[in-house]
Ligand binder design. Structure first.
Ligand SMILES: C[S@@+](CC[C@H](N)C(=O)[O-])C[C@H]1O[C@@H](n2cnc3c(N)ncnc32)[C@H](O)[C@@H]1O
Ligand code: SF4
Length: 280
């Protein structure tokens, strides 16, 4: 059985305080840490040896581009034939070329709005121009190198972002070399809510211990069933002491393909749902 994707949270540190992000909601409760290069490479090695995953997302609740060794971590994933994926706020000083040298497969820029005013409402402390500058630079290098990387511009479809700005962002992407535009519908709008979840559990339609298909290795090596278990309160092991196959394939609370639940029905969703409500 293959999960396909796993999250390796190489950074729980961030330079922004986006409204509604777990990083901000949990500020002071989660440690601020960068996983050191050696530990990150070891985790990748274990992920690869497990044979369970084809892709690794190198971000959790923090900014991965603040990690000084991010390109070396990606290079390790590439060496192990794992496809790699990064989501960034674009507010970083690192040079972009090493990301291409490392073999990164996908880079997503989270840019919520198309003016500083709108952008700054959600992306508190962030610079719209800086994010755009990095996006454009990545797009140009991508062209020079024959488009080895999938580059994306993502807007979360938040109520305060005018449709006109979403349209302008889309047109802007079309004017670039090859940048995919996506407007992510907020999880809260699609969420079915706790009542519905309880009903589904009662009917046996979902597994209360189930997970989305993306387990998460936190910055400290502890493993959660789901990316929404940010404090690993329902953790299933520690990669520092237990091999991933034992944790992920043999654990009784493993992902059960016959009782699949998607992230929209995830037990941890409610907290992020509530944070979004308070934003509006
Ligand atoms: C937690 S961030 C970490 C990576 C990076 N710092 C960034 O901002 O892209 C990962 C993704 O979560 C999204 N995100 C953060 N807060 C969210 C919220 N309240 N609802 C939906 N998506 C959210 C971000 O837009 C980003 O695409
Ligand atoms: S930049 Fe990313 S990790 Fe940081 S607060 Fe914003 S969404 Fe969260």
């Amino acid at each position: 059985m293959s999960w396909n994707s796993i999250i390796l949270e190489v950074s729980s540190v961030c330079n922004l305080k986006c409204q509604g992000c777990v990083f901000t909601m949990q500020f002071g409760k989660r440690k601020l840490e960068l996983m050191n290069l050696q530990d990150a490479c070891r985790c990748l090695q274990l992920i690869s040896e497990s044979g369970l995953f084809t892709e690794v997302a190198l971000f959790g609740y923090g900014e991965p581009m603040l990690h000084p060794d991010i390109a070396s971590i990606v290079a390790k994933a590439t060496e192990l034939s794992l496809s790699s994926y990064i989501s960034t706020n674009g507010n970083y000083k690192q040079s972009n070329s090493p990301l291409f040298d490392s073999g990164l497969n996908r880079l997503l820029f989270s840019i919520d709005g198309f003016t500083q005013e709108t952008y700054g409402k959600f992306r508190v402390g962030g610079s719209f121009d800086w994010a755009i500058k990095n996006l454009v630079e990545v797009d140009n290098i991508n062209k020079e190198r024959g488009f080895p990387m999938v580059v994306e511009y993502q807007i979360i479809g938040l109520k305060h972002i005018p449709d006109e700005e979403i349209k302008r962002a889309r047109i802007f992407c079309e004017s670039l070399n090859r940048v995919h535009f996506k407007c992510k519908t907020t999880l809260s709008k699609k969420a079915k809510g706790r009542k519905n979840r309880k009903k589904l559990i009662k009917k046996g339609k979902i597994n209360p211990w189930g997970t989305c298909k993306t387990p998460m290795i936190r910055y400290d090596g502890t493993v959660g069933l789901c990316c929404r278990d940010w404090n690993v309160s329902r953790g299933i092991g520690d990669l520092k002491t237990t091999p991933p196959v034992e944790i992920l394939a043999l654990h009784p609370r493993r992902y059960d393909p016959d009782r699949e639940i998607c992230v929209r029905k995830c037990p941890y969703l409610r907290e992020s749902y509530e944070s979004e409500i308070s934003l509006k």
